[in-house]
Design a protein around this ligand. Sequence first.
Ligand code: DGJ
Length: 632
Amino acid sequence: MMGMALAVLAGCGQEKPTEYEGWKLVWHDEFDKDGVPDPDSWIFEEGFVRNKELQWYQSQNAECKDGFLVIEGRKERVKNPDYNADGKSWRESREFAEYTSSSVQTRGKREFLYGRFEVRAKIPVASGAWPAIWTLGIQKPWPSCGEIDIMEYYKIGGEPHILANAAWGTNRKDIPKWNSSKLPYAKFISRDPEWAAKFHVWRMDWDQEFIRLYLDDELLNEIPLSTTVNGSEGNHINPFKTPHYILLNLAMGGNGGEVDESLLPLRYEIDYVRVYQKKKEPYTAFHPGKIWEDTDGVHINAHGGGILYHNGTYYWYGEHKSEHSSSALVGVRVYSSTDLYNWKNEGVALPVMPSGSGHKIEKGCVIERPKVIYNEKTKKFVMWFHLELKGQGYAAAEYGVAASDTPVGPFRFLYASRSCPGVWPQNMSEVEIAKARSFKDFSRKGKEWKQNVIDGMCVARDMKIGQMARDMTLFVDDDGKAYHIFSSEENHTLHIAELTEDYLYHTDKYVRILPGGHNEAPAIFKKEGVYWMITSGCTGWKPNAARLSRATSIWGPWESLPNPCVGEKAELTFDSQSTYILPVEGKRDTWIFMADRWRPKNPIDARYIWLPIAFEDGKPVLKWADEWKMSE
Ligand code: DGJ
């Protein structure tokens, strides 16, 4: 086949070219080598088929011959090893299968996420034949794994149909959701009475937005991925945003109808299976606000992120978000890069614990703004994050700590806690502490509430259990000392707490800064002895104006300055909220302001706003750019 491959031939079912502009052939099987299907790519699924209506046994009736994979449906009696005359289950109910055929699959061998899938095949259409080309997500169980039927041929109401479908839904096989296109086979025969004697090309074009299913270039079904999110029992994931494997299957009986034994053996002939993926040119610039694909072509999922530079590589840690929930259903993700433009998915650095485990980082908790620093002394990578316990909204206000021997993890969860219980901040005087202690009514009411918070009411209230610790970042100073900077006191006051030498705990030395300032999303950097901090106001997922402050000691005093953003949408931080400021390694005075453009209705689709920090009149300035590069 390959010799002819570049020729573009017109017409139904003709062999297709192996090159498409903008696409790369990532895997294909032309079935050119006679014998069993290539074991590097295919496995046989063997055994009695689940559906008791079917009368066939999945055997090894598939062979490559003369450039085709031929799956045969034969009359062959096979005894059911599970048969039990008194048995009630489908497994036990049938003593014999009357026919054998095959299901060949790329499971565990070839799995793909997105791309163009092409299968050229001649399908058997005799009564009893139920051929299919389909894919299944690698996560089980069905249908939450997702199923795509690039081709199915079977009877509906006794009439043969060609179907192009997707199924997904929940973990319960009795309640799948379907998007089906069912075309009467008669339609194809009326166009071409020789249709069944010919090869046809079934194609799927699958990307982050649509699954499009074609037969001989005619679109049979278009399935928007915005509609294919599993329900709660399927964990709210979109199974069509996960890798799938391919199945070539010939079932007999069942919906294929009564087997017409006079037409056996059935022959399902497959000329080739080809998978293309979009050729991705590496990024050479930042494109704030646009989909940012990782090196696999998938939008990066690392929100509220932070970056660690280690041994020539940048590691980006962030919250894995899903389509319907901002809660932690997966954990903290990590990506790696050497140029900051192109990021490789390194998987889940800190996985959540199973649902129902009661663990502090149980699936469904809230993990936000993870940051990782490297401890030279212990050689450990240490992650801190904001943790809210499952089912408690934002009441817990804890920080969590995890550690790993490698930058990509897996990180081991160590503990989570409120901050510095029993300890007063360094920058509260005896008089101020006495005043804070005098508060007896902590309820959130009255005009004086805000002043009371400024006067330390929340600090006193939380003295025993520890201070609230929400939005956060970490900062390692030139002397190797590290600090945890976080929103505390009901988000009204920031705290800066020093970390122990191993970076695993607070030393209990901490200060309150900008009391009553209502700051979230702290991000910090240092230039020539001056600490600069950019924060946001507190408006939930909605953007607001960034704030700037500076100090010559990390302990303060911190001076508030106007919004560092200028230009259109400056008052909304260009529709985003700060998360981290990255000093670019080896480039003098180069910092990147990293922010999130949240999408609370579809959290996974939140965008990354990375902008350069310029200095004007001795102060940091942020300006919008649709596209920008770091200077060479
Ligand atoms: C704003 C914070 O900065 C985010 O991290 C998140 O906690 C949202 N609020 C929740 O509304």
